[in-house]
Design a protein around this ligand. Structure first.
Ligand code: C2E
Ligand code: CA
Ligand code: CA
Length: 340
C-alpha cells in the first residue's frame, strides 16, 4: 500500500500535493464514492540527484512525519529532516566503533511492588555516551532497527547485564530480576535464544533471573510464529513481559495463547488517566490480566496521585520517575541494598 511517483511541475508544489490529495479522497467507482486517505511524503529532487534510493528515503522520511492521518495529509522534506538524516548517517558510521570502545552503557530503572513499595526488579536500558554527551535510545534504536545493528547491540547489552547480575550475586549473595528489551529484529532468527542461554551459562546465572521484554507491536507480524518463539523462550526458563501494552493492536485471542508472565501497561494510559472515574483503560486491562492470570506493571508513573490510583485499581508493580529514574549500576546497587 505504498506507492511512489515522480512529477515534473510548474505550479506551486503545495498546490499540486493538495490537488492529488483531494482527488484521491473523492474517488468514484461506478456510482460508489470511495474515500482514500493518502499520506504523502514529498521531496523536491535537485537537478544533480540521481540516487533513487536516497531520493525515496527522503520522501519516505517526510511521509513518516505525518501523524494523525486525518488532519494533515502531506509533508514536504525540509531542512529539519535534512539535518536528521545527516545526524543518522553520522551515528550509523560510528556505531560499530562505539561498540568496541564501550560507548554503550546500561542504566537500571527499579520496579516497585504496589502493595509494600519493595523493589520488584529493574529494567536495563541502554545509553550511548558519545563525545561526552549522553544520547537517549529514542535517537538511535529506531535507526538500529532499520539497519539491523540492534541485533548486535541487544546481544551486547544482554551479556553486560549477565555480567552485572553475576557481580551482584558474588557481592550480595543474590541479584534482582532484570528485564532486558528484545527487539523484534531477533525473531527472524530464533537462534538468539540459544545464544542467550549460552551467555547465562558463561556467567553461571539462572535464566529465571532475567525477564525478556517484547513489545506488543512486535507480536503482530504475521510472518513470524511469535507463540512458538515465546514457548521456546519460556522453555529455557526466562520470564516474558509484553511491553508498551495497549498501543500495539494485538489480537486478544492470540494474547490468550501467549505464555506471558507480565503485561506492561504503556505510559500513555497513565498520562490520560482520569484519576477519579473508574472507566479508565488501565482498569479494563487489569481485569483482563486477572482473568489471564498474568501480572501487570504500570509504566511512566510520575506523581503521588497516579501511584494512589494504581494502588486502588490493584496493579501489581509500578515503574516510573516517581520511584526512580533509570540510574547507573553503582547507584542502582545502593538502591537495591536498601530496598530488597
Ligand atoms: P521502553 O522499553 O518502553 O522503556 C521505558 C522508557 O520510559 C525508558 O525510556 C524510561 O526511561 C522511560 N520512563 C520510565 N519511567 C518514566 C516516567 O515516569 N516518565 C517518563 N517520561 N518516562 C519514563 P528510554 O530509556 O529513553 O528508552 C526508550 C526506549 O528505547 C525503550 O522504551 C525501549 O523501547 C528502547 N530501548 C532502550 N534500551 C533498549 C535496549 O537495550 N534494546 C532495545 N531493543 N531497545 C531498547
Ligand atoms: Ca521495555
Ligand atoms: Ca514500555
Amino acid at each position: 500500500d505504498v506507492f511512489a511517483s515522480i512529477f515534473s511541475y510548474d505550479e506551486n508544489i503545495e498546490e499540486l500535493l493538495d490537488k492529488i490529495y483531494k482527488e484521491a479522497s473523492n474517488l468514484k467507482v461506478g456510482n460508489v464514492n470511495i474515500t482514500v486517505n493518502l499520506a504523502i511524503g514529498a521531496y523536491n529532487i535537485l537537478p544533480h540527484e540521481t540516487d533513487v534510493n536516497n531520493i525515496l528515503d527522503k520522501a519516505y522520511l517526510a511521509r513518516s512525519q505525518i501523524k494523525g492521518l486525518y488532519n494533515s495529509n502531506y509533508y514536504l522534506f525540509d531542512e529539519k529532516l535534512e539535518k536528521q538524516m545527516i545526524e543518522e548517517q553520522s551515528l550509523e558510521s560510528s556505531m560499530e566503533e562505539a561498540l568496541v570502545n564501550k560507548e554503550f552503557i546500561i542504566v537500571y530503572q527499579p520496579k516497585v511492588f504496589t502493595k509494600n513499595e519493595k523493589m520488584a526488579g529493574a529494567e536495563a536500558l541502554v545509553r550511548w555516551k558519545r563525545n561526552g554527551e549522553m544520547i537517549s535510545p529514542g535517537k538511535f534504536i529506531p535507526l538500529f532497527e532499520k539497519n539491523k545493528f540492534i541485533v548486535k547491540l541487544d546481544m551486547y547489552i544482554f551479556e553486560k547485564v549477565c555480567q552485572d547480575i553475576s557481580d551482584w550475586k558474588d557481592k550480595y549473595g543474590g541479584a534482582p530480576i532484570v528485564s532486558i528489551n528484545v527487539s523484534k529484529e531477533h525473531f527472524v532468527d530464533p537462534n538468539f535464544i540459544e545464544q542467550y542461554v549460552k551467555i547465562c551459562e558463561k556467567y553461571e546465572i539462572e535464566t529465571s533471573n532475567i525477564d525478556l521484554e517484547i513489545t506488543e507491536s512486535a507480536t503482530v507480524d504475521s510472518n513470524i510464529d511469535i507463540i512458538d518463539i515465546m514457548n521456546k523462550i519460556k522453555e529455557k526458563g526466562f520470564a516474558i513481559s509484553i511491553d508498551d501494552f495497549g498501543t500495539g493492536y494485538s489480537s486478544l485471542s492470540m494474547l490468550q495463547n501467549m505464555p506471558i508472565d507480565i503485561l506492561k501497561i504503556d505510559k500513555v494510559f497513565v498520562d490520560k488517566a482520569n484519576l477519579e472515574g473508574d472507566n479508565n483503560v488501565i482498569n479494563y486491562i487489569e481485569d483482563m490480566a486477572e482473568h489471564m492470570k498474568v501480572r501487570t506493571i504500570v509504566e511512566g508513573v510520575e506523581t503521588k496521585e497516579q501511584v494512589e490510583f494504581i494502588k486502588k485499581i490493584g496493579c501489581d508493580i509500578i515503574q516510573g520517575y516517581y520511584y526512580s529514574k533509570p540510574i547507573p549500576k553503582e547507584e542502582f546497587e545502593n538502591y537495591f541494598k536498601n530496598n530488597m
